[in-house]
Design a protein around this ligand. Structure first.
Ligand code: ZN
Ligand code: ZN
Length: 406
Protein backbone atom coordinates (compact mmCIF):
# COMPACT_ATOMS: atom_id res chain seq x y z
CA UNK A 1 0.00 0.00 0.00
CA UNK A 2 2.93 2.31 -0.54
CA UNK A 3 2.95 5.23 -2.94
CA UNK A 4 -0.74 5.93 -2.77
CA UNK A 5 -1.93 9.13 -4.31
CA UNK A 6 -4.46 10.97 -2.19
CA UNK A 7 -5.50 13.09 -5.17
CA UNK A 8 -7.72 10.10 -6.02
CA UNK A 9 -10.19 11.37 -3.41
CA UNK A 10 -10.66 14.58 -5.40
CA UNK A 11 -12.78 12.66 -7.93
CA UNK A 12 -15.47 11.29 -5.57
CA UNK A 13 -15.50 14.70 -3.83
CA UNK A 14 -16.05 16.41 -7.20
CA UNK A 15 -19.06 14.23 -8.01
CA UNK A 16 -20.47 14.69 -4.53
CA UNK A 17 -20.43 18.48 -4.97
CA UNK A 18 -21.88 18.27 -8.50
CA UNK A 19 -24.68 16.09 -7.13
CA UNK A 20 -25.35 18.53 -4.26
CA UNK A 21 -25.37 21.45 -6.68
CA UNK A 22 -27.74 19.58 -9.00
CA UNK A 23 -30.15 18.85 -6.13
CA UNK A 24 -29.99 22.46 -4.95
CA UNK A 25 -30.65 23.72 -8.50
CA UNK A 26 -33.75 21.50 -8.64
CA UNK A 27 -34.90 22.73 -5.26
CA UNK A 28 -34.45 26.36 -6.33
CA UNK A 29 -36.46 25.51 -9.48
CA UNK A 30 -33.53 26.42 -11.69
CA UNK A 31 -33.08 23.32 -13.86
CA UNK A 32 -31.48 25.47 -16.62
CA UNK A 33 -28.28 25.59 -14.54
CA UNK A 34 -27.53 22.09 -15.81
CA UNK A 35 -27.47 21.04 -19.43
CA UNK A 36 -27.02 17.35 -20.13
CA UNK A 37 -24.78 17.55 -23.24
CA UNK A 38 -22.63 20.35 -21.91
CA UNK A 39 -22.12 18.66 -18.52
CA UNK A 40 -21.03 15.41 -20.19
CA UNK A 41 -18.60 17.33 -22.36
CA UNK A 42 -17.22 19.28 -19.37
CA UNK A 43 -16.73 16.13 -17.30
CA UNK A 44 -15.08 14.29 -20.21
CA UNK A 45 -12.54 17.07 -20.61
CA UNK A 46 -11.90 17.08 -16.86
CA UNK A 47 -11.32 13.32 -16.77
CA UNK A 48 -8.79 13.56 -19.62
CA UNK A 49 -6.89 16.30 -17.81
CA UNK A 50 -6.78 14.35 -14.52
CA UNK A 51 -5.62 11.25 -16.41
CA UNK A 52 -2.78 12.94 -18.32
CA UNK A 53 -1.86 14.92 -15.22
CA UNK A 54 -0.87 11.65 -13.51
CA UNK A 55 1.83 11.14 -16.13
CA UNK A 56 3.24 14.66 -16.12
CA UNK A 57 2.62 16.26 -12.71
CA UNK A 58 5.79 14.63 -11.34
CA UNK A 59 7.94 16.43 -13.90
CA UNK A 60 6.28 19.75 -13.01
CA UNK A 61 7.28 19.22 -9.38
CA UNK A 62 10.81 18.18 -10.37
CA UNK A 63 11.09 21.38 -12.38
CA UNK A 64 10.17 23.49 -9.31
CA UNK A 65 12.81 21.67 -7.26
CA UNK A 66 15.41 22.05 -10.01
CA UNK A 67 14.84 25.80 -10.27
CA UNK A 68 14.77 26.19 -6.49
CA UNK A 69 18.00 24.27 -5.93
CA UNK A 70 19.95 25.89 -8.75
CA UNK A 71 18.59 29.35 -9.41
CA UNK A 72 16.73 30.73 -6.37
CA UNK A 73 17.33 34.42 -5.76
CA UNK A 74 16.38 34.65 -2.06
CA UNK A 75 16.61 32.36 0.97
CA UNK A 76 13.01 32.37 2.20
CA UNK A 77 12.12 30.55 5.44
CA UNK A 78 8.73 28.87 5.85
CA UNK A 79 7.21 31.14 8.50
CA UNK A 80 3.56 32.14 8.85
CA UNK A 81 4.14 35.49 7.14
CA UNK A 82 5.83 33.74 4.24
CA UNK A 83 2.75 31.57 3.76
CA UNK A 84 0.66 34.75 3.54
CA UNK A 85 3.14 36.23 1.06
CA UNK A 86 2.97 33.01 -0.96
CA UNK A 87 -0.86 33.10 -1.17
CA UNK A 88 -0.59 36.64 -2.50
CA UNK A 89 2.28 35.80 -4.86
CA UNK A 90 0.44 32.75 -6.22
CA UNK A 91 -2.68 34.77 -6.96
CA UNK A 92 -0.62 37.57 -8.52
CA UNK A 93 1.11 35.12 -10.87
CA UNK A 94 -2.29 33.56 -11.59
CA UNK A 95 -3.73 36.99 -12.46
CA UNK A 96 -1.09 37.53 -15.16
CA UNK A 97 -1.15 33.95 -16.41
CA UNK A 98 -4.92 34.21 -16.73
CA UNK A 99 -4.95 37.69 -18.25
CA UNK A 100 -2.35 36.76 -20.87
CA UNK A 101 -4.41 33.59 -21.44
CA UNK A 102 -7.11 35.94 -22.74
CA UNK A 103 -4.89 38.47 -24.49
CA UNK A 104 -2.41 36.30 -26.42
CA UNK A 105 -3.62 33.89 -29.14
CA UNK A 106 -1.12 31.15 -28.31
CA UNK A 107 -2.20 31.07 -24.64
CA UNK A 108 -5.86 31.57 -25.48
CA UNK A 109 -5.74 28.40 -27.62
CA UNK A 110 -5.30 26.47 -24.37
CA UNK A 111 -7.50 28.58 -22.11
CA UNK A 112 -10.46 28.90 -24.52
CA UNK A 113 -11.46 25.32 -23.63
CA UNK A 114 -12.33 26.47 -20.11
CA UNK A 115 -14.71 29.04 -21.62
CA UNK A 116 -16.54 26.84 -24.16
CA UNK A 117 -19.15 25.86 -21.60
CA UNK A 118 -22.43 27.75 -21.84
CA UNK A 119 -23.44 26.43 -18.46
CA UNK A 120 -21.85 27.79 -15.33
CA UNK A 121 -21.74 25.17 -12.61
CA UNK A 122 -19.21 22.88 -10.92
CA UNK A 123 -18.85 20.77 -14.07
CA UNK A 124 -17.52 23.88 -15.86
CA UNK A 125 -14.72 24.03 -13.27
CA UNK A 126 -13.56 20.65 -14.61
CA UNK A 127 -12.93 22.11 -18.06
CA UNK A 128 -9.16 22.30 -17.72
CA UNK A 129 -6.73 20.87 -20.24
CA UNK A 130 -3.19 19.58 -20.10
CA UNK A 131 -2.04 22.41 -22.41
CA UNK A 132 -3.31 24.89 -19.84
CA UNK A 133 -1.50 23.01 -17.07
CA UNK A 134 1.79 23.12 -19.03
CA UNK A 135 1.55 26.85 -19.74
CA UNK A 136 0.57 27.53 -16.13
CA UNK A 137 3.57 25.58 -14.88
CA UNK A 138 5.77 27.93 -16.91
CA UNK A 139 4.27 30.84 -14.97
CA UNK A 140 4.47 29.07 -11.58
CA UNK A 141 8.25 28.60 -12.11
CA UNK A 142 8.72 32.21 -11.04
CA UNK A 143 7.84 31.18 -7.45
CA UNK A 144 10.75 28.73 -6.83
CA UNK A 145 12.95 31.19 -8.73
CA UNK A 146 12.12 33.88 -6.17
CA UNK A 147 12.96 31.38 -3.43
CA UNK A 148 9.69 29.89 -2.15
CA UNK A 149 10.24 26.25 -1.22
CA UNK A 150 8.70 23.84 -3.79
CA UNK A 151 6.81 21.90 -1.09
CA UNK A 152 5.13 25.13 -0.01
CA UNK A 153 4.31 25.94 -3.63
CA UNK A 154 2.82 22.51 -4.31
CA UNK A 155 0.64 22.77 -1.18
CA UNK A 156 -0.47 26.25 -2.18
CA UNK A 157 -1.36 25.14 -5.72
CA UNK A 158 -3.68 22.46 -4.29
CA UNK A 159 -5.40 25.09 -2.11
CA UNK A 160 -5.60 27.47 -5.06
CA UNK A 161 -7.06 24.78 -7.33
CA UNK A 162 -9.64 23.77 -4.74
CA UNK A 163 -10.69 27.39 -4.14
CA UNK A 164 -11.37 28.06 -7.81
CA UNK A 165 -13.56 24.96 -8.04
CA UNK A 166 -16.05 26.52 -5.62
CA UNK A 167 -16.33 29.78 -7.57
CA UNK A 168 -18.06 27.98 -10.47
CA UNK A 169 -21.67 27.92 -9.34
CA UNK A 170 -24.95 29.77 -9.62
CA UNK A 171 -26.60 28.28 -6.54
CA UNK A 172 -24.73 30.73 -4.30
CA UNK A 173 -26.05 34.28 -4.67
CA UNK A 174 -24.04 37.50 -4.51
CA UNK A 175 -22.05 38.03 -1.29
CA UNK A 176 -21.24 41.71 -1.76
CA UNK A 177 -19.15 42.26 1.37
CA UNK A 178 -16.77 39.43 0.41
CA UNK A 179 -16.26 40.80 -3.10
CA UNK A 180 -14.06 43.61 -1.77
CA UNK A 181 -11.35 41.05 -1.16
CA UNK A 182 -12.35 37.59 -2.42
CA UNK A 183 -13.40 36.15 -5.74
CA UNK A 184 -16.95 34.86 -5.26
CA UNK A 185 -19.10 32.76 -7.63
CA UNK A 186 -20.75 35.98 -8.82
CA UNK A 187 -17.36 37.63 -9.54
CA UNK A 188 -16.09 34.59 -11.45
CA UNK A 189 -19.44 34.21 -13.21
CA UNK A 190 -18.86 37.66 -14.72
CA UNK A 191 -15.52 36.38 -16.02
CA UNK A 192 -17.35 33.53 -17.80
CA UNK A 193 -19.89 35.87 -19.42
CA UNK A 194 -20.02 36.92 -23.06
CA UNK A 195 -21.92 40.16 -22.48
CA UNK A 196 -20.03 43.17 -23.87
CA UNK A 197 -19.44 44.91 -20.51
CA UNK A 198 -18.28 41.68 -18.84
CA UNK A 199 -15.63 40.81 -21.46
CA UNK A 200 -12.01 40.55 -20.27
CA UNK A 201 -12.85 41.16 -16.63
CA UNK A 202 -12.13 39.48 -13.26
CA UNK A 203 -8.97 37.46 -13.91
CA UNK A 204 -8.15 36.90 -10.23
CA UNK A 205 -8.58 33.41 -8.81
CA UNK A 206 -8.83 34.06 -5.05
CA UNK A 207 -8.58 37.83 -4.60
CA UNK A 208 -10.25 40.74 -6.37
CA UNK A 209 -7.69 43.41 -5.55
CA UNK A 210 -5.41 42.61 -8.53
CA UNK A 211 -8.35 43.28 -10.83
CA UNK A 212 -9.13 46.48 -8.96
CA UNK A 213 -5.49 47.64 -9.15
CA UNK A 214 -5.10 46.85 -12.88
CA UNK A 215 -8.56 48.11 -13.87
CA UNK A 216 -10.17 44.83 -14.87
CA UNK A 217 -12.73 44.48 -12.07
CA UNK A 218 -16.41 44.34 -12.90
CA UNK A 219 -19.18 43.46 -10.49
CA UNK A 220 -22.28 41.57 -11.57
CA UNK A 221 -25.13 43.84 -12.65
CA UNK A 222 -27.39 42.12 -15.18
CA UNK A 223 -27.51 38.34 -15.16
CA UNK A 224 -24.57 37.12 -17.26
CA UNK A 225 -24.93 35.12 -20.46
CA UNK A 226 -22.31 32.41 -20.02
CA UNK A 227 -19.99 31.10 -22.74
CA UNK A 228 -18.00 32.49 -25.66
CA UNK A 229 -18.97 35.47 -27.83
CA UNK A 230 -18.76 33.06 -30.77
CA UNK A 231 -19.84 29.71 -29.27
CA UNK A 232 -18.21 26.51 -30.43
CA UNK A 233 -20.80 24.44 -32.25
CA UNK A 234 -19.31 21.06 -31.48
CA UNK A 235 -18.90 18.59 -28.65
CA UNK A 236 -16.16 16.72 -30.49
CA UNK A 237 -13.55 15.83 -27.88
CA UNK A 238 -10.59 16.47 -30.17
CA UNK A 239 -12.04 19.55 -31.86
CA UNK A 240 -12.73 21.21 -28.49
CA UNK A 241 -9.09 20.69 -27.54
CA UNK A 242 -7.42 21.69 -30.82
CA UNK A 243 -9.69 24.02 -32.83
CA UNK A 244 -7.97 27.25 -31.81
CA UNK A 245 -4.50 25.91 -32.70
CA UNK A 246 -5.88 25.17 -36.17
CA UNK A 247 -7.31 28.69 -36.30
CA UNK A 248 -3.91 30.19 -35.44
CA UNK A 249 -2.26 28.02 -38.10
CA UNK A 250 -4.81 29.09 -40.70
CA UNK A 251 -4.32 32.77 -39.79
CA UNK A 252 -0.55 32.29 -40.13
CA UNK A 253 -1.02 30.77 -43.57
CA UNK A 254 -3.12 33.73 -44.63
CA UNK A 255 -0.68 36.32 -43.24
CA UNK A 256 2.12 37.62 -45.47
CA UNK A 257 5.41 38.67 -43.87
CA UNK A 258 7.01 38.15 -40.47
CA UNK A 259 5.08 40.73 -38.44
CA UNK A 260 1.56 39.56 -39.39
CA UNK A 261 2.62 35.92 -38.85
CA UNK A 262 4.00 36.82 -35.42
CA UNK A 263 0.72 38.58 -34.64
CA UNK A 264 -1.21 35.45 -35.65
CA UNK A 265 0.53 33.55 -32.83
CA UNK A 266 1.13 36.24 -30.21
CA UNK A 267 -1.47 38.83 -31.18
CA UNK A 268 -4.83 39.39 -29.54
CA UNK A 269 -7.70 36.89 -29.89
CA UNK A 270 -9.95 39.92 -30.48
CA UNK A 271 -8.27 40.30 -33.87
CA UNK A 272 -8.78 36.68 -34.96
CA UNK A 273 -10.59 36.40 -38.33
CA UNK A 274 -14.09 35.27 -37.45
CA UNK A 275 -14.61 33.46 -40.74
CA UNK A 276 -11.75 31.02 -40.05
CA UNK A 277 -13.57 28.80 -37.54
CA UNK A 278 -16.72 28.19 -39.65
CA UNK A 279 -14.45 27.42 -42.62
CA UNK A 280 -12.42 24.91 -40.58
CA UNK A 281 -15.58 23.37 -39.12
CA UNK A 282 -16.92 22.76 -42.62
CA UNK A 283 -13.61 21.13 -43.48
CA UNK A 284 -13.05 18.95 -40.40
CA UNK A 285 -16.51 18.27 -38.97
CA UNK A 286 -18.21 17.01 -42.13
CA UNK A 287 -21.25 15.10 -40.96
CA UNK A 288 -23.96 17.41 -39.76
CA UNK A 289 -25.31 17.03 -36.25
CA UNK A 290 -29.03 17.33 -35.78
CA UNK A 291 -29.33 19.60 -32.74
CA UNK A 292 -33.11 19.37 -32.55
CA UNK A 293 -32.72 15.74 -31.54
CA UNK A 294 -30.85 14.16 -28.68
CA UNK A 295 -29.66 10.71 -27.90
CA UNK A 296 -32.34 8.43 -26.51
CA UNK A 297 -30.09 6.11 -24.55
CA UNK A 298 -28.30 8.64 -22.44
CA UNK A 299 -27.76 6.01 -19.76
CA UNK A 300 -25.24 4.34 -22.07
CA UNK A 301 -23.22 7.54 -21.80
CA UNK A 302 -23.55 7.73 -18.02
CA UNK A 303 -22.34 4.15 -17.67
CA UNK A 304 -19.27 4.90 -19.79
CA UNK A 305 -18.44 8.02 -17.79
CA UNK A 306 -19.01 6.18 -14.50
CA UNK A 307 -16.67 3.36 -15.55
CA UNK A 308 -14.02 5.90 -16.62
CA UNK A 309 -14.30 7.69 -13.28
CA UNK A 310 -14.06 4.49 -11.22
CA UNK A 311 -11.09 3.24 -13.25
CA UNK A 312 -9.37 6.62 -13.04
CA UNK A 313 -9.93 6.85 -9.26
CA UNK A 314 -8.33 3.45 -8.66
CA UNK A 315 -5.61 4.23 -11.18
CA UNK A 316 -4.78 7.54 -9.47
CA UNK A 317 -4.68 5.84 -6.08
CA UNK A 318 -2.19 3.18 -7.16
CA UNK A 319 -0.49 5.06 -10.01
CA UNK A 320 3.09 4.75 -8.71
CA UNK A 321 2.90 0.97 -8.32
CA UNK A 322 1.19 0.27 -11.68
CA UNK A 323 3.44 -1.12 -14.46
CA UNK A 324 3.95 0.32 -17.94
CA UNK A 325 1.50 -1.93 -19.86
CA UNK A 326 -1.28 -1.39 -17.32
CA UNK A 327 -0.71 2.35 -17.60
CA UNK A 328 -0.78 2.19 -21.40
CA UNK A 329 -4.01 0.20 -21.33
CA UNK A 330 -5.81 2.52 -18.87
CA UNK A 331 -4.67 5.58 -20.84
CA UNK A 332 -5.96 4.10 -24.13
CA UNK A 333 -9.18 2.77 -22.63
CA UNK A 334 -10.18 6.03 -20.93
CA UNK A 335 -9.17 8.29 -23.84
CA UNK A 336 -11.13 6.16 -26.35
CA UNK A 337 -14.11 6.12 -23.99
CA UNK A 338 -14.04 9.92 -23.67
CA UNK A 339 -13.81 10.41 -27.44
CA UNK A 340 -16.69 7.96 -27.70
CA UNK A 341 -18.84 9.87 -25.17
CA UNK A 342 -18.38 13.20 -26.95
CA UNK A 343 -18.97 11.56 -30.36
CA UNK A 344 -22.21 10.03 -29.02
CA UNK A 345 -23.41 13.55 -28.15
CA UNK A 346 -22.79 14.45 -31.77
CA UNK A 347 -24.32 11.18 -33.03
CA UNK A 348 -21.29 10.45 -35.18
CA UNK A 349 -21.59 7.31 -37.30
CA UNK A 350 -17.93 6.37 -36.87
CA UNK A 351 -18.31 5.69 -33.13
CA UNK A 352 -19.24 2.20 -34.18
CA UNK A 353 -15.65 1.57 -35.30
CA UNK A 354 -14.35 3.14 -32.14
CA UNK A 355 -16.42 0.61 -30.18
CA UNK A 356 -14.61 -2.14 -32.09
CA UNK A 357 -11.27 -0.56 -31.36
CA UNK A 358 -12.09 -0.44 -27.66
CA UNK A 359 -13.11 -4.12 -27.68
CA UNK A 360 -9.86 -4.89 -29.46
CA UNK A 361 -7.87 -2.96 -26.83
CA UNK A 362 -9.66 -4.76 -23.98
CA UNK A 363 -9.08 -8.22 -25.53
CA UNK A 364 -5.41 -7.42 -26.19
CA UNK A 365 -4.99 -6.38 -22.57
CA UNK A 366 -6.73 -9.47 -21.16
CA UNK A 367 -4.62 -11.73 -23.40
CA UNK A 368 -1.52 -9.84 -22.28
CA UNK A 369 -2.45 -10.48 -18.63
CA UNK A 370 -2.87 -14.17 -19.43
CA UNK A 371 0.43 -14.25 -21.33
CA UNK A 372 -1.45 -15.35 -24.41
CA UNK A 373 -1.10 -12.51 -26.93
CA UNK A 374 -0.46 -15.11 -29.69
CA UNK A 375 -4.21 -15.87 -29.51
CA UNK A 376 -5.13 -12.30 -30.44
CA UNK A 377 -6.52 -13.58 -33.75
CA UNK A 378 -9.40 -15.27 -31.84
CA UNK A 379 -11.20 -12.09 -30.68
CA UNK A 380 -10.48 -10.48 -34.06
CA UNK A 381 -12.03 -13.44 -35.93
CA UNK A 382 -14.98 -13.51 -33.49
CA UNK A 383 -15.60 -9.81 -34.07
CA UNK A 384 -15.47 -10.30 -37.86
CA UNK A 385 -17.88 -13.26 -37.72
CA UNK A 386 -20.28 -11.39 -35.44
CA UNK A 387 -20.16 -8.38 -37.76
CA UNK A 388 -20.83 -10.47 -40.88
CA UNK A 389 -23.55 -12.73 -39.48
CA UNK A 390 -25.60 -10.26 -37.43
CA UNK A 391 -25.03 -7.00 -39.35
CA UNK A 392 -24.13 -5.34 -36.08
CA UNK A 393 -23.43 -1.92 -37.56
CA UNK A 394 -27.08 -1.51 -38.63
CA UNK A 395 -28.29 -2.77 -35.26
CA UNK A 396 -25.92 -0.39 -33.42
CA UNK A 397 -27.13 2.58 -35.46
CA UNK A 398 -30.75 1.67 -34.88
CA UNK A 399 -30.40 0.96 -31.19
CA UNK A 400 -27.63 3.07 -29.64
CA UNK A 401 -27.90 6.06 -31.95
CA UNK A 402 -31.67 6.28 -31.54
CA UNK A 403 -32.80 9.88 -31.26
CA UNK A 404 -35.72 11.62 -29.67
CA UNK A 405 -37.05 15.11 -30.31
CA UNK A 406 -36.12 17.63 -27.64
ZN1 ZN B 1 -10.57 32.86 -18.32
ZN1 ZN C 1 -13.62 29.56 -14.59
Amino acid sequence: MENINFLAFAMPAFFLFVWLEFKLAQRKKRPEIFNYESSVSNISIGIAERLINLFIAGSFYQLYFYIYENYRVFEIPSTFLVWIALILATDFVWYWYHRLGHEVNFFWAAHIVHHHSEEFNYTAAARITTFQAIIRTGFWCILPFIGFHPMMIITMLVVHGAYSFFTHTQVVGRIKCLEYVFVTPSVHGVHHASDEKYLDKNYGDMFTFWDRIFGTFQEEQEKPKYGLTHPLKSYSFLWQHFHYYFEIYELMQRSKGFKPKWKAVFGSPAEMDQDIRPMLERKFLQDKTDRSHRLKFRNYLYVQLAISVVVLTGFTYYFESVNFYDKLFVLTFIMVTLINCCALLEQRKWIYYLEYFRLFAISTYILHLENATEYLFIPVVLMLIAEKSFSLSTKYQKLVLQLETR
